[in-house]
Design a protein around this ligand. Sequence first.
Ligand code: NAD
Length: 376
Amino acid sequence: MILGLLKEYGTETRVALLPETVKSFTDLKVEVLVEKGAGEQAFATDADYEAVGAKAVSRADVFGKADVLLQIQPPAEGDVDKIKDSQVWISAFNPLWETELVKTFLDKGITTFSLDMIPRTTRAQAMDILSSMATVSGYQAVLEAATHLPTFFPMFMTAAGTIRPANMLILGAGVAGLQAIATSRKLGAQVQVFDVRSAVKEEVMSLGGKFVELEGATEDKAAGGYAVEQTEEFKKKQQQAINDHAAKANVVICTAQIPGRKAPLLIPKEAVDNMKAGSVIIDLAASTGGNCELTKDNETVVHNGVTIIGQSNYPAKKPIDASRMLGKNVLNFMKLIIGEEGALNLNFEDDIVKGTCITHAKEFYNERVKSLIETK
Ligand code: NAD
C-alpha cells in the first residue's frame, strides 16, 4: 500500500508520523509519501523523511496516489471532495460530535477510521491516542497555570517569610487529570480532586492528591470505564462542594468529560464570582462546551481578575513528543491493517479494526456512531 502523510492546517503543529516512525512503516514494506513541509512545525524536515525511505511530494500527489490518507485533524474545508471512494481516510475526527462530516463520508462511500474511537481495551492501550494526548494536555495545563499564576506553586521558607503553596482543584481524574495531579505535586502544589468515578480514588491518593468524596454518584460498568450523566440531586450536591473548593483554590483545572456529550457544567458564573482575583482556570473540556460557564474555546477571558483559559489543543504546544506518541499509536493501530508485503488488509473480524472504522462501503461500522446518527 501507499501511505500518504498529509500536512496539518491552522494552528496545528503536530504531525501524525515523525521520521523515526515512518522508518517502521518502510520496514513493513509500506511505501510512504509525505506532503512537503508536513513535519516542519514538529522540527522534522523533508530530508529527514527521505532519509528513512519516504518520498516528499506535493499535496496533490498525496491525494492522487495514496491508498491511505493520514493526518491528525479532520479533513480541512474542501478536502473531503478530494478523497476517492477507493481511498482510506485515517485521522481523529470526533465522529460522535462531527455527525455531518460522518454522513458525508458515508454518502461518498469512503472508508474512514477515527483514531479517537479506538476501543479502550487492554489490547488497544498502545494505540490509544486519547490517553497519549491527554497526558500531554494534563502536563501542559499545569505549566500554563503556573505561568499565569501571580503566586508560586511550592511552599517557600525564605528569610522574607513563608510562602504558602498553591491550592489546586482538579475536576475529573481521567488520564489528563491524573497527569495534572502528578505534575502539580512535582511543582509542590496542594491538590484536591473531584470525580464521579469512585475507582479513581486510589490513583488520586497514590499521586499525592486529596480525593473529595461525595456520596450518590451514578456509575455504570457498561460505560467502559467512562463517566455517565448524573442525577439532578447529585449535581446540586456536587455543585455546592465544588463552589466551596473553588473559592479557596488558586488554580482550577477542568478535565471532566462524558464521551459524545456536552461536557458537564461544574463551574457556573457564580462560582467564578466567588473565586480569588489572580486565580486561574484551565478548561481542557473547552472544545465540548467547557466545565466552566465562562470558558470560550481557544480564548483566554478574564472575569473579575480570574483568568479562564479555554485551550483545547495543548498537545500542539509539545509538537515533538506529542507527535512521537501519536506516531507510535498510529503505527500500532495500522499494524492491524497492514498485511503481507505491506498490502492493505482490512480485517473487520478484529474488534479494534471494526470499532475504529466509522464508515466503509456506505455502511456504518462503529456501533456507537451508528446508533447516535440513526436515532438523531
Ligand atoms: P474523559 O476525558 O472522558 O473524562 C475525564 C474524567 O472526567 C473522567 O475521569 C470522568 O470520570 C470525569 N468526569 C466526568 N463527568 C464528571 C463530573 N460531572 N464530575 C467530575 N468528574 C467527571 O476520560 P479519560 O481520561 O479519557 O478516561 C477515563 C477512564 O477510561 C480512565 O481513567 C480509564 O479508566 C479508562 N481508560 C482505559 C484505557 C484502556 O484500557 N485502553 C485507556 C484510557 C482510559
